[in-house]
Ligand binder design. Structure first.
Ligand code: ZN
Length: 324
């Protein structure tokens, strides 16, 4: 889609939004001094524009199940980052957790096509999101049931994003309502459905990733942390791939990476004997990357991501990439 077509779609969405505002714009409200700027992009947003040694931590599929010690990996990762200290991080590290609606109490039964909602439906209280906020982290929309949006009907796309957004809205800061689609799946149709909705065009995203722990171990292609775990590799081995992917982003693309981890303990319930694969992986990766000069910055460091800072053009991206 060229910029002119995009501009026309945005103009149409704005006109539609204004006409239906009184009855439908219920939950995305801004102060009168901050007019909305459409932030949903036709192509995903990565770390384009970051300084090469800046990195952003994103954690998907949160919150995971409570483990035998009474806590989940999500909160352990959140606390670790909050309490991390060195010269470049005197106040800790702020990450973005992309959360899934079906993991929370009081949500409707999940769509049977869900990849990750089975077996742990509705176990988390919504108030647990306050703790992520209190630890300095951002919370983003990873859809209601975590099914790929590409190929869904318009109503299904709007339900998967919009139903969950109504709950999430109170936990999101800076007028910033972030979207990351499951498996990073996103098409022109997905964009068209969301940008035409009187509420959902105001989301920011979809947020892409630059470094997701993909690479070779022992000649075998690993697709990410979940795949390394599935194949029996340790958090330390997986961390080596994360560091390689992050530095390759810096070298090849000339900007810092958006890094993608998962808090998904129904598949990652142990590593290295500690039972904390996602936490161990995060800790190893943070320590290695800070050791070679990286600084972890909040997701708002991406140029153009905040509404008042919308002059930056979206970065050119491939579409429809698949990754669980
Ligand atoms: Zn996911």
């Amino acid at each position: 889609m060229d910029r002119r077509t995009f501009g026309l779609l945005v103009a149409r969405a704005l006109a539609g939004g204004a006409a239906t505002h009184a009855t439908t714009a219920r939950w995305l409200t801004a102060s009168a001094a901050t007019p909305f700027v459409p932030q949903l992009r036709p192509q995903p947003i990565d770390g384009y524009g970051l300084n090469p040694y800046q990195a952003i931590i994103t954690i998907d599929d949160a919150p995971d199940e409570i483990g035998p010690d009474g806590e989940n990996q999500t909160i352990k990762m959140a606390r670790y980052l909050h309490s991390y200290r060195d010269d470049r991080h005197p106040n800790g590290i702020s990450a973005t957790f992309f959360v899934v609606g079906c993991h929370f109490l009081g949500q409707p039964p999940p769509d049977p096509r869900s990849w990750i909602c089975g077996g742990r439906i509705g176990t988390q209280p919504l108030r647990s999101l306050w703790e992520l906020n209190a630890l300095g982290h951002t919370v983003g929309n990873h859809t209601q049931d975590h099914i790929p949006l590409v190929g869904l009907t318009g109503d299904e796309v709007r339900y998967q994003v919009g139903h969950w957004q109504r709950f999430l809205d109170r936990f999101q800061r800076n007028g910033l309502r972030l979207l990351r689609t499951p498996g990073l799946g996103y098409s022109e149709d997905t964009f068209r459905e969301l940008i035409a909705d009187p509420d959902l065009w105001k989301l920011t995203g979809p947020i892409d990733q630059d470094a997701g722990g993909q690479g070779y171990i022992d000649g075998k292609w690993i697709r990410g942390d979940w795949d390394a775990y599935r194949l029996g590799y340790s958090a330390i081995k997986s961390s080596e791939l994360y560091v390689r992917a992050a530095t390759e982003t810096t070298i090849c693309k000339g900007h810092g990476p958006v890094i993608l981890f998962h808090a998904r303990t129904e598949y990652m319930d142990g590593s290295d004997g500690s039972g904390n694969f996602p936490l161990d992986l995060l800790r190893n990766t943070v320590e290695r990357l800070t050791g070679i000069g990286y600084e972890f910055v909040p997701i708002t460091a991406i140029p153009g991501i905040l509404p008042e800072d919308d002059d930056e053009p979206p970065s050119p991206r491939k579409k429809d990439r698949k990754e669980p």
